[in-house]
Design a protein around this ligand. Structure first.
Ligand code: SAM
Length: 169
C-alpha cells in the first residue's frame, strides 16, 4: 500500500496544486492521500473524480503530519531536492512495508528529514511536488501504473484524434 502525505497545504494558495498532487497520487498507483489541513472542497473534488473514473483511492484531510510520521508502521520516503539520488535509493525501499511518500509545499520542518527513512531527490534542481511525486511513483512501481484498471463509470478510449469516452451508465 502506498500513501502520500501532503504537508503545508494552505487552503487558498495551494488548492490547485494539492488537488494535482492527489490526482497524480491516484493515477500513478498510490492508494491514499493524507493532507495536513482540513479541506472539504479538495475531498469533494477527489471523491467526484473517483466516483466517475473509478478505483479505490482514498483521501483524508486535517491529519496531524508529525504524528503520522512518528507513528507510521512502514517506511517513509521524503521527496526533497536535497535528498539522495532517486535511482540509488529506490532499490533500497522495502516493498513489503506500507510506504509513506511525503511531499511539501513551502519550507519543510527539520523533523521531516529526521523521521524519514529516505530523503530522496528527483534531480537536485528545485521544481514541483507534482513532478517529483509522478517521477518517484513511476520509478518505484516500474511503470506498472500505466496498466492499472480503474473500472470507472467513465472510461477514456485512447484515440489519435478527438475524444472517445465510454459511459457505463
Ligand atoms: N523550499 C522547500 C524546501 O524547503 O524544501 C521546497 C519547495 S518545493 C516548491 C515543494 C516540494 O516539491 C518539496 O517539499 C518537495 O517535496 C518537492 N520537490 C521540489 N523539487 C524537488 C526535487 N528536485 N526532488 C524531490 N522533490 C522535490
Amino acid at each position: 500500500m502506498i500513501t502520500v502525505l501532503r504537508l503545508g497545504h494552505r487552503i487558498n494558495r495551494d488548492k490547485r496544486i494539492t488537488t494535482h498532487v492527489a490526482l497524480v497520487a491516484r493515477a500513478f498507483g498510490a492508494d491514499k492521500i493524507l493532507v495536513d489541513t482540513k479541506d472539504k472542497k479538495i475531498e469533494e473534488t477527489i471523491h467526484s473524480v473517483c466516483e466517475r473514473f473509478g478505483g479505490n483511492f482514498e483521501i483524508e484531510t486535517g491529519v496531524n503530519g508529525k504524528k503520522t510520521l512518528r507513528e507510521w508502521p512502514g517506511e517513509i520516503v521524503h521527496l526533497t531536492m536535497y535528498g539522495a539520488e532517486l535511482d540509488r535509493v529506490v532499490k533500497k525501499i522495502n516493498r513489503n512495508s506500507d510506504l509513506l511518500v511525503v511531499v511539501g509545499s513551502e519550507k519543510i520542518p527539520g523533523f521531516v528529514y529526521e523521521l524519514a527513512d529516505f530523503n530522496v531527490s528527483v534531480g537536485n534542481q528545485p521544481h514541483s511536488e507534482v513532478a517529483a511525486l509522478a517521477v518517484f511513483l513511476d520509478r518505484y512501481n516500474k511503470g506498472s501504473w500505466l496498466n492499472k484498471k480503474f473500472d470507472g463509470k467513465l472510461q477514456i478510449v485512447p484515440s489519435d484524434k478527438g475524444k472517445k469516452v465510454v459511459s457505463k451508465e
